[in-house]
Design a protein around this ligand. Structure first.
Ligand SMILES: NC(=O)c1ccc[n+]([C@@H]2O[C@H](COP(=O)([O-])OP(=O)(O)OC[C@H]3O[C@@H](n4cnc5c(N)ncnc54)[C@H](O)[C@@H]3O)[C@@H](O)[C@H]2O)c1
Length: 448
């Protein structure tokens, strides 16, 4: 894709996540791409990003409503579209962009439901155009290192993976404060969040998921969840409440970027409230989930997601025919409060303290049969976010996939379907109580 003339980009959906792509096109990748239009129903949110671009490169870029996507593409001679809108709008916006003659970069998940994913699959088949998925977790050095260990064959053929992902009471709770709390908007956490994790497993073991059995539900949040009916506050929560702090609430006003995107001025346009109570009635997204997934090559995955943990991170165990690899990651060892408010930034944690019981850490251990365990170094690949991973992702997205990458980190449309497909099958299994084959989801594509 490198070209002498920068590609002309439209950004569809100018909320929080759009910022990463806007930053990439303003900084490292300004020579290969420029933003020429915004497609967004809320002019206040679009103006936040427009101000940033104008500040850096000058000029003005028009804002179009979602109904005018095709008009934006034609009038602004758009070459490529970045879709960072609400999940259940991905299918329509991606399919329309493809049919309007441009390639698309879309944030995960590819679509909220199997039927919506089918809409994209049909548009890809019809137009032959390209859809790039952004699975940023692949690029974290620790995840790349595990892929390297498995691909080297040193633990042999993978027979099983056990994956436990814990979202804490700040980040996990955040999925219950806004549109994510209604499953119709994002397919629930099995699709919205876990599709990242399913993609990691698919990529780590280089295999294709075939059948899913799921169990779980909304157990903690909501007006009738365990927190409301059964819950005895901890001493930590009591102390915070005595200081006048509600640890479950998010202080949007106290954060400049959040209040610009979601404050009263933005709210006045569409009623989008960023910080609803996580104990409201009507929440349909599940918070406690477990899955068994079978793979074409014979491996199986057991997976667990908890969205109300006191610390955040994950543990992965990979059992092979010659040994075992274990990856443990602590992203936030415990939650503390800066200036009396809950902070989404994971660097606000006492886990960086030298005496922290659960320090922020990552550890990859490999042990082969009849040998001692070895800890493997996790090498950062650059200076940007996620140990340099974010820089590499943006480079693949804006400069074209690095075909020589031995780890094959760039993700395509099929990878997006394989990852979200596990979530769609999981959701169907939750509804029916039966195992569900991905081949029966009607995705319209052979997953391989
Ligand atoms: N890869 C990651 O780690 C990661 C992290 C965060 C979010 N995301 C993804 O990015 C996307 C956006 O998330 P966010 O946190 O920025 O949400 P957000 O609510 O902050 O932003 C979404 C924006 O889309 C707009 N919108 C709604 N319908 C639209 C339509 N039809 N056309 C255009 N715009 C529309 C909304 O007004 C809003 O401004 C989601 O798909 C989410 O899953 C990915």
């Amino acid at each position: 894709m490198p070209s002498t003339t920068p590609l002309r980009y439209a950004v569809v959906g100018t909320g929080h996540r759009a910022g990463m792509f806007v930053g990439g096109l303003l900084d490292q990748h300004a020579d290969v791409g420029e933003i020429v239009a915004w497609v967004e129903p809320n002019p206040v949110r679009a103006a936040v990003h427009e101000a940033r671009v104008a500040d850096k490169v000058g000029g003005t870029r028009p804002v179009y409503g979602p109904a005018d996507l095709e008009k934006a593409i034609a009038e602004q001679r758009v070459d490529r579209v970045v879709v960072t809108s609400v999940d259940n709008t991905h299918a329509e916006m991606v399919a329309r962009a493809l049919r309007a003659g441009v390639d698309v970069v879309v944030e995960k998940p590819i679509a909220a439901t199997a039927a919506e994913a089918r809409v994209i699959a049909d548009a890809v088949a019809e137009t032959g155009r390209d859809v790039t998925m952004t699975f940023n977790y692949r690029y974290s050095p620790r995840n790349s290192s595990l892929r390297q260990v498995i691909a080297s064959g040193e633990i042999g053929q993978v027979l099983s993976v056990h994956f436990d992902w814990a979202l804490d009471t700040v980040h996990g709770a955040d999925y219950f404060r806004r549109w994510h709390r209604e499953k119709v908007n994002n397919g629930g956490l099995l699709v919205h969040k876990s599709s990242h994790h399913f993609d990691l497993v698919n990529w780590w073991i280089d295999d294709v998921p075939t059948r899913v059995f799921a169990s779980g539900g909304r157990r903690f949040y909501g007006d009738d969840g365990a927190h409301e009916t059964d819950y005895e506050p901890t001493d930590g929560e009591r102390e915070l409440r005595e200081q006048g702090i509600d640890p479950w609430a998010l202080d949007v006003d106290g954060d400049e970027y959040l209040s610009a995107l979601y404050g009263p001025e933005a709210q006045a346009h569409d009623g989008y409230v960023r910080n609803k109570s996580v104990f409201d009635a009507g929440i349909t997204t599940e918070d406690t989930l477990g899955l068994v997934v079978e793979y074409a090559g014979g491996a199986m995955l057991t997976y667990s997601l908890t969205a109300h943990s006191p610390w955040e991170g994950y543990r992965v165990v990979v059992n092979g025919t010659r040994g075992r690899a274990e990856l443990e990651v602590v992203e936030r060892g415990s939650v503390i409060f800066g200036d009396g408010k809950a902070i989404l930034d994971p660097s606000f944690t006492d886990a960086y303290a030298e005496d922290a019981v659960r320090p922020v850490a990552e550890r990859l251990v490999v042990q082969k049969h009849w040998e001692r365990a070895e800890e493997r170094e996790i090498v950062a690949i650059g200076t940007g976010g996620h140990g340099g991973g974010d820089d590499l992702l943006l480079s693949d997205v804006f400069r074209g996939a690095d075909e020589t990458d031995p780890l094959g980190r760039a993700a395509g449309f099929l990878d997006g379907l394989r990852a979200s497909g596990v979530g769609y099958a999981g959701n169907r299994s939750l509804e029916t109580g039966e195992p569900v084959r991905l081949a029966d989801l009607g995705l319209g594509v052979d997953l391989g």
